[in-house]
Design a protein around this ligand. Structure first.
Ligand code: IPM
Ligand code: MG
Length: 364
């Protein structure tokens, strides 16, 4: 089969890790007889430097005209002035909104080989295999009014947490459907005791739950969810949360996987049924961000980016076997003892970004 992929490496370690993910995709294509046409575009800080905007129209058109987007990371100290009128983050937020990517799937897995790499005790992280499903195009990130201004009594700012019934129901449905294909447990996160949106969220979750009698639905307050994630994470299967809560909880959950460098993600505008392809253009990105402290050193962990490429094969292209081949290669090199510096806690052979990519490609 033939697919076109928009490759948007972005800033910081983005280009380094995406380079390895591209190699992994090419290796899979070669082995299994698929052609992936890679089209590169600019986004984020480097797009601001060149075009004055974080999401140039060319890049958006490229993404819309492709079968899927492989995204690195955006941002960095260079563009971080609080008074900046354009921000690298507008690139990723804009593309999520434009492509209608409301469902953000962030799988968190504690690889047995890495239980000692996590700062948490091995008996806490052992057996963790969950998905954080984050609503991605609503809530505080996009609600209006959103602005800051100056009054005679000082500066003010406002953000708006706004959700419609339709937005809440569609992300919850993705959660129920994902849980159905797994251990059939859905933890719905809200702040029911304080927020109006939280009460609406819980009400809709309860209503939808009646349509999914086979899925065990649990309501959990976001503060409690944050605690349970480090206390007894293995009890979770699928956890669904609104945009800001999901952003925070998924960084917290990254600790369970040993390192942010291990966590891939998929952002979708629809959930394909098993073995089918998603209809919209999906976006795949490692969740670790630009990591400016290690950018350009060739030491970043490319596994999150490579595992994101595997998610692309599965969700956007319907290539389950090929996705599994990448995942098996990652587990294989971990078992062989290859480590990047972020996961070197339990010893093993510490290698560079490109060497890690090379051994994974070797296994594919
Ligand atoms: C993420 C990131 C982004 C977000 C930033 C870079 C805008 O933290 O994908 O989790 O907040 O969504
Ligand atoms: Mg985040």
């Amino acid at each position: 089969m033939k697919f076109t992929i928009a490759v948007l490496p972005g800033d910081g370690v983005g280009p380094e890790v995406i380079g390895e993910a591209v190699k992994a995709l090419e290796a899979v294509g070669h082995k299994h007889g698929h052609a992936f046409e890679m089209r590169h575009g600019r986004i984020g800080g480097n797009a601001i430097d060149e075009f004055g905007t974080a999401l140039p129209p060319e890049t958006l058109a490229l993404a819309k005209g492709s079968d899927a987007v492989l995204f690195g990371a955006v941002g960095g100290p260079k563009w971080d002035s609080p008074n900046a009128t354009v921000r690298p983050e507008d690139g990723i937020l804009g593309i999520r909104k434009e492509l209608g990517l409301f469902a953000n799937i962030r799988p968190v897995k504690a690889y047995p080989q890495l239980v000692n790499a996590s700062p948490l005790k091995p008996n806490v992280v052992k057996g963790v295999d969950m998905i954080i499903l984050r609503e991605l195009t609503g809530g505080l990130y996009f609600g209006k009014p959103k602005r800051r201004w100056t009054t005679s009594r000082g500066r003010r700012g406002v953000d708006t947490m706004l959700y419609t019934e339709k937005e809440i129901a569609r992300i919850l449905r993705v959660g129920f459907d994902l849980a159905r294909g797994r251990r059939k447990k859905l933890a719905s996160v809200d702040k029911f005791n304080v927020l109006a949106t939280g009460r609406l969220w819980r009400e809709i979750a309860t209503e939808l739950g009646r349509e999914y009698p086979d899925v065990e639905l649990e309501h959990i307050l976001v503060d409690n969810a944050a605690m349970q994630l480090v206390r007894n994470p293995a009890r979770f299967d699928v956890m669904v949360a609104e945009n800001t809560f999901g952003d925070i909880l998924s960084d917290e959950a990254a600790v369970l996987g040993g390192s942010m460098g291990m966590l891939p993600s998929a952002s979708l505008s629809d959930l394909p049924s098993a073995g089918k392809r998603a209809k919209g253009v999906g976006l795949y990105e490692p969740i670790h961000g630009t990591a400016p402290d290690i950018a350009g050193k060739g030491i970043a962990n490319p596994m999150a980016a490579i595992l994101s490429a595997a998610m692309m094969l599965r969700y956007s292209f319907g290539l389950d076997r090929e996705a599994a081949a990448i995942e098996a290669a990652v587990e294989g090199v971990l078992a062989e003892g290859y480590r990047t510096q972020d996961i070197a806690g339990d010893g093993g052979q510490v290698v560079s970004t490109s060497k890690m990519g090379e051994v994974i490609v070797g296994r594919i």
